[in-house]
Design a protein around this ligand. Sequence first.
Ligand code: AP5
Ligand code: MG
Ligand code: ZN
Length: 215
Amino acid sequence: MLRTILLGPPGAGKGTQAVKIVEKYGVPHISTGDIFRENIKNGTELGKKAQEYMNKGELVPDDLVCDLATSRLLQPDCADGFLLDGFPRTVYQAEKLDEFLKEHDSRIDVVLNLAVEKEELITRLTGRRVCKVCGASFHIVSVPPREEGVCDFCGGELVQRPDDNLETVTNRIDVYDSQTKPLVDYYEKAGNIATIDGAADLDTVFGDIVKAIGE
Ligand code: AP5
Ligand code: MG
Ligand code: ZN
């Protein structure tokens, strides 16, 4: 059983490490950002609402996100654990999540806080390329695909996310500092947070995550 949250600024490597965590621990990966992007792709009402916030680098309103996340957590595949990526992102969302878990006799085992400096975040996000088909993340310099523009995992086309331009990236980092960073304190008070140096190379970061979770 592993119930965990990946916390960290945009570009800290949450999505990248999530792939490895899922592979080792077999828990479902729940990324609210990925769910919104899927809804945008499918042209749903939820997607239309979320898109205007995402393109500006603003947060989608709390209630919309909380309903989405809690209904996902009620699905049977989450009964033996889950990996939340990008949720919660405000103190309000964290409180709602705690209420929900309490109602279901559940709790968070460990919060994995990936820490990376702003300059490195900007380099990572502006150089990121994502697979149009499976969503895998690459980086033009630090994590290049074997063949330029082609996903290593599924052969899909690699594109830039619409919110990965410098202006939106800068705003996303500011939004993180003002609205999400307070969660570090929130979980420190709860006593179940592990802060990990996210600036190290992929395997070192993953090794530290495994140490924090336990084998
Ligand atoms: P979301 O999709 O969650 O984006 P984010 O938090 O901004 O984070 P990213 O996905 O950009 O970064 P990441 O940490 O996953 O990094 P990655 O592994 O790709 O959210 C998008 C939007 O949706 C939000 O702005 C908001 O509007 C909305 N939203 C979502 N959830 C919400 C919520 N709960 N409430 C309200 N709104 C919400 O890595 C980045 C790059 O670095 C890649 O190129 C990668 O290859 C590279 N890289 C990774 N690790 C390393 C390493 N160790 N060394 C070198 N390069 C590395
Ligand atoms: Mg991500
Ligand atoms: Zn792919």
